[in-house]
Design a protein around this ligand. Structure first.
Ligand code: NAD
Ligand code: DAU
Length: 357
């Protein structure tokens, strides 16, 4: 089943220069040569066109630099390009940054999303069919789990961080535009992604970078918080399936059935790094350092993705151990990428975030 017409679709992907967005752009640009893909990205600290070097010369791909918070720019962009559909990933995505600067998250994640919804509604209002607005969201909107249970699509929203509150708010706006105006909208809520091109402020790439440079690995609190990790390319495949096949107004949870406490994950990572860097076993783990916990730190996330698996036939493809090793290999083989993104402002961020902990 293909939900929307295939030929010559003009597709806006926002946030395509970021971690997940670049994998989505790559998948769509290669798999759908007949689509015209416009990647709109502000190129914040997290956006990097080096992530798309292998895609940039493709004739079905265009990059536009711009800010989703700028409503008149967004309206003009929609008027010029006459997009058929939108896959919206642009966001401020790091929980720690949201604790230091919540307003930036309200602006990009809430106002930016509403600007896109308004532009889509105004451009498509004569005929909402054949158009789709897809919002890529997070499992963090559901809050935290105790030791048991899983998030399903009907779990009540209960966000705790400014980041998750902003994503919850944007999800509500997307549903409101579907229910009020009839916009064809779908949402997916995914668990923690890992893989290549992940900005080294997040746990896995930050730890790889620090281990490589013999710097301490900061573990918040006791390291007992649990996350459900999914290979980023499996997320991109799920986005493809949901975009093309989900019913208007529907929501899908996406996750890896792959729960790890942070400390167990870091021990596994240290073991892989010892092997790759020819270090004695146990050497990298000596870098583990417990630091002050994150404020409002959610204890556990776990996703029940059975709806997606049963209705749309998606399943994760990679085992975590294999995926983590592939990820380490990518970072060790792409030293230049890592050096570029950790120069300049990264150092300032790192000092502010970690020296006072
Ligand atoms: P990221 O921070 O790596 O990338 C975000 C991208 O958005 C960057 O390229 C950035 O330049 C761009 N951007 C930021 N503000 C913008 C603005 N005002 N206008 C235009 N572009 C802007 O994020 P990510 O980890 O790739 O996450 C992508 C999306 O997926 C986000 O919506 C996030 O909430 C969601 N998500 C992420 C995860 C995860 O584990 N990383 C899991 C579930 C959902
Ligand atoms: O669940 C999906 C979410 O996963 C996405 O919506 C977010 O955009 C994404 O950033 C991610 O959020 P987390 O807060 O779970 O990811 P992060 O990598 O920041 O942290 C993972 C866990 O590791 C979390 O329990 C906090 C902990 N941590 C993190 C950092 C950066 C540490 O112990 N030390 C660290 O230095």
């Amino acid at each position: 089943m293909e939900f929307i017409r295939m030929a010559n679709k003009k597709l806006l992907i926002t946030g395509g220069a970021g971690f997940i967005g670049s994998h989505v752009v790559r998948l769509f640009a290669n798999k759908y040569p007949n689509y015209q893909i416009v990647n709109l990205d502000k190129l914040t600290y997290a956006g990097n066109l080096e992530n798309l070097k292998d895609v940039e010369k493709k004739s079905n791909y265009t990059f536009v630099k711009g800010d989703i918070v700028d409503a008149s720019f967004i309206n003009e962009l929609f008027a010029i390009h006459k997009f058929d559909s939108v896959i919206h990933l642009a966001a401020e995505s790091h929980v720690d940054r949201s604790i230091s600067n919540p307003l930036e998250f309200v602006m990009t994640n809430v106002i930016g999303t509403v600007n896109l919804l308004n532009a889509a509604k105004n451009e498509w209002k004569e005929n909402f069919s054949d158009h789709r607005f897809y919002h890529v969201s997070t499992d963090e909107v559901y809050g935290t789990l105790g030791e048991t249970g899983m998030f399903t699509e009907t779990t009540a929203y209960d966000p705790h961080s400014p980041y998750s509150a902003s994503k919850a708010s944007s999800d509500h706006f997307v549903r409101a535009y579907h229910d009020t105006y009839g916009l064809d909208a779908v949402i997916s809520n995914c668990s923690n992604n890992y893989g290549s091109h992940h900005f080294p402020e997040k746990l896995i790439p930050l730890s790889i970078h620090n281990i490589k440079n013999n710097k301490s690995i900061p573990i918040y609190g006791k390291g007992e918080n649990i996350r459900d990790w999914l290979w980023v390319e499996d997320h991109a495949r799920a986005i493809d399936v949901v975009f093309h096949n989900a019913k208007s107004g529907s929501t899908y949870n996406i996750g890896g059935h792959n729960e790890w406490t942070n400390i167990d994950l870091i021990h596994l990572l240290c073991k892989i790094m010892d092997k790759k860097l020819n270090r004695a076993e146990g050497e990298s783990a000596k870098l583990i350092t417990y630091v002050k916990d994150r404020a409002g730190h959610d204890l556990r996330y776990a996703i029940d993705s059975s709806k997606l698996q049963k209705e749309l036939g998606w399943t994760p493809s990679l085992q975590f151990e294999e995926g983590l090793e592939k990820t380490v290999d990518w970072y060790l083989d792409n030293e230049e990428w890592l050096n570029h993104v950790t120069s300049g402002n990264y150092k300032k961020y790192y000092e502010e975030q970690y020296t006072k902990r």
